[in-house]
Design a protein around this ligand. Sequence first.
Ligand SMILES: Nc1nc2c(c(=O)[nH]1)N[C@H]1C(S)=C(S)[C@@H](COP(=O)(O)O)O[C@H]1N2
Ligand SMILES: [Mo]
Length: 447
Amino acid sequence: MRRRTFFGTAFGGLVFAQQKRDMIVRSTRPEDLEMPLSGFSDYITPIDHFFVRTHVYEPKVELASWRLKVEGSVGTPLTLTMDDLRKMPSVELIAVTECAGNGRSFYEPTVPGLQWQNGSVGNARWRGVRLADVLKRAGVKSTGVEVLFDGADEPIGTMQDFRRSITIKKALDENTLLAYEMNGVTLPQKHGFPLRAIAPGWASDSWVKWLTSVTVLDKEWDGFWMKNAYRHPGHGVPPGTAVPPEQMQPVTSLRVKSVIASPASNAWLRPGKPVTIRGVAWSGDSGPVEAVDISTDGGTSWKPTKMRLGQQTQFGWRQWESTWTPQKEADYTLMARARSATDVQPPEQEWNPSGYLWSVTSRTSVEVSTKRRVSGDDMVIAPRQPSAEFKNACLTCHGEDVIQQQKLTRAQWDREINKMTGWGAQVKAEDRDKFLDYLFGNFGPRK
Ligand SMILES: Nc1nc2c(c(=O)[nH]1)N[C@H]1C(S)=C(S)[C@@H](COP(=O)(O)O)O[C@H]1N2
Ligand SMILES: [Mo]
């Protein structure tokens, strides 16, 4: 017991000190880091390669004063310490957590928000207690319909505190956990130390970090982060349509999905030389990934890939690969399509206003030739400098990177300014148009 505690602390300490490596920085402040494609070659994503998504600044929680409150529609409200939780039966499972906005940058027309490519996703081993056990211990009442999570992070300006609710059915599911360990070590600070929600199969916005309270509600929670954010229409809408939040539903389950990790986009391959096409696939409520097929002729014909052995879990990802020897010199589109018992990656991506749940059949273009043709128009026009007023109004709370990656129309930037002033940004009337010129002029739509 003493040994375990010692190692726990030692590892915990190490993990805190550990730097992330080789991440794509989507925002420095608050911190949002994307895993590069190379991360898909790991089965379990190492913590130093695990993506980070934080709406606000990361809170520092002291374990000595930290408590978990369990309240609302329960017979006996509880205040639990980490020791109380560690004494309860623990469960470990492997599960993918994927940001609802993963793949957002691929939507056309572009949508506001962090411009994730493929890597706001990771596969980890999570250990903790069943949320159902905690709720039963508190005497959860049969009137409960949702469970609301809150974490120790504090909102910036007048934005609303990040809180998310899940259905009581998901809360009582035996796989829904409150986790205090990740990949065998104390849950790292960036990933929610000391405790986070694990909602396997659901997008990671429900995986609330730095948990401080769990509240059983007798009706749907009507806060901002459920009624305005993380909603999608549930069906395709014409690209570019604005859909009122009340006509949308909360993001919950992930769809079955694969990513081609190698070869990289625009890779140069030689005719007659075998190449391994590889990647990963994961799923949500439709059940585990059963197979991944690939096409090297743009979707006309498909063949099954080889799935790695020993990776058949309900919620983890599976790695797959296939050897291909291209013969003709040409540009090829490689495609991968994952399948679960009841879901398959669609050939076309339905558009939604916030760019959630990107899950279309994955595609990579490669060039097969004996001599590389010059490719790409990677010209970037250097942005003009932001004004002092702009820095003062916008860049005191967040970094510039979060702006620069978004490529929005003038109307979209206009709405972004409204959102930010709604959250407390101070923009003088006479500066507003200049801000819009700067944003639209430098960070307008691609092409
Ligand atoms: N308390 C709290 N929990 C949170 C968030 C947050 O901002 N605050 N972000 C959520 C979102 S949107 C995502 S994608 C995941 C990211 O988890 P990770 O940083 O461990 O990868 O945490 C979720 N939990
Ligand atoms: Mo997210």
